[in-house]
Design a binder for this molecule. Sequence first.
Ligand code: GTP
Ligand code: MG
Ligand code: ZN
Length: 354
Amino acid sequence: MPPAEGAADALRQLGWSPFFEAQLDAREHDETVPGRVFAVARSGVTVRTAAGSVDLPLGGRWFQYPPEDRPTIGDWVLLDRAGTVIERLLERKSVLKRVAAGRDWEVQLIAANVDTVFLVTACNDEFNASRLERYLALAVDAGVEPVVVLTKSDLADDVDPFVDTVRALKRDVPVEVVDARDPATLEGVRSWCRAGQTVALLGSSGVGKSTLVNSLSGDTVQLTREAREDDAKGRHTTTGRSLHVLPGGGLLVDNPGMRELGLADVDAGALFDDVAALAAECRFRDCRHEAEPGCAVQAAIADGRLDPRRLDSYRKLARDDARQSESTAQSRARFRAFGKKIRQVKKDRDERKG
Ligand SMILES: Nc1nc2c(ncn2[C@@H]2O[C@H](COP(=O)(O)OP(=O)(O)OP(=O)(O)O)[C@@H](O)[C@H]2O)c(=O)[nH]1
Ligand SMILES: [Mg+2]
Ligand SMILES: [Zn+2]
């Protein structure tokens, strides 16, 4: 096999597809090396190319861009011919993100170019319909297919109520019921992990994300919490994001458990189509569905057609959305000011030179 063909094969194994290929111009096609971001550190990234893996620093120019425009795990980048500099970040097929509740609401990227997201939750006290609803919203909004993976089925007397609750949130969502420690229960899960497919695992700490990664890998590639520490609540075993290639093909992004899931720019209507359809019937266009006359949403709650919890969740999403839009505007203003400052510094320097 000519080496070029071998390289193309190796790239496909990493998730390369015509969507990315089509973004290269003739020069880039001849002179650059595509690679996928496998790990992200504070000042650099690990990039996997057809030839192998390299650690590259992220030059200062990347930090002039908003965090959303910097390489994140799963991204495809073009390296110079020598493979030492990142020339360009390719357009993403999809990106999972959230807003992190820090000092201000900053957008945090979870993973890029993901085909499927496993929303991992356990068949025990950890299971929470409202939280799962938010995870579903995150996936739907990113245009990534969600699959709900219910772990710890071995600890539940009856898994049906969990499955039914998931289906009530989103009728057609695939649900896989597993013991994450037991590879024999993972046939269904494996069907989403075919060669070249990228799957991200999301869910609270301790639900078994890393255990799943290990069982699917057939090897201990990730640390998992010791069984006897099972009560050590609030501790995260996985602390960083990482991308893993499975022996049978498929790529998995393991993530640390999330304590809180702030949603970035989510269109609440997409997931809450039941609420949205009712809201369209309200007498007033700006109905807040509180005590307005002719409110179709309150009417549906009153006669039991709508679970009031759905309205609460819908409201919570809409609130996050408003807060997020505000902070995006603030951060744009910040970056504009920064750009202006750079131009001023350059001008001063050029004037001194001239
Ligand atoms: N009985 C049972 N235990 C499980 C199952 N899945 C995971 N566990 C156990 O649950 C504990 C936590 O699993 P981890 O894989 O470390 O959880 P995690 O989701 O990666 O947690 P973080 O990395 O903190 O986000 C470990 O002791 C696992 O052995 C399961 O399906 N059944
Ligand atoms: Mg983990
Ligand atoms: Zn209303």
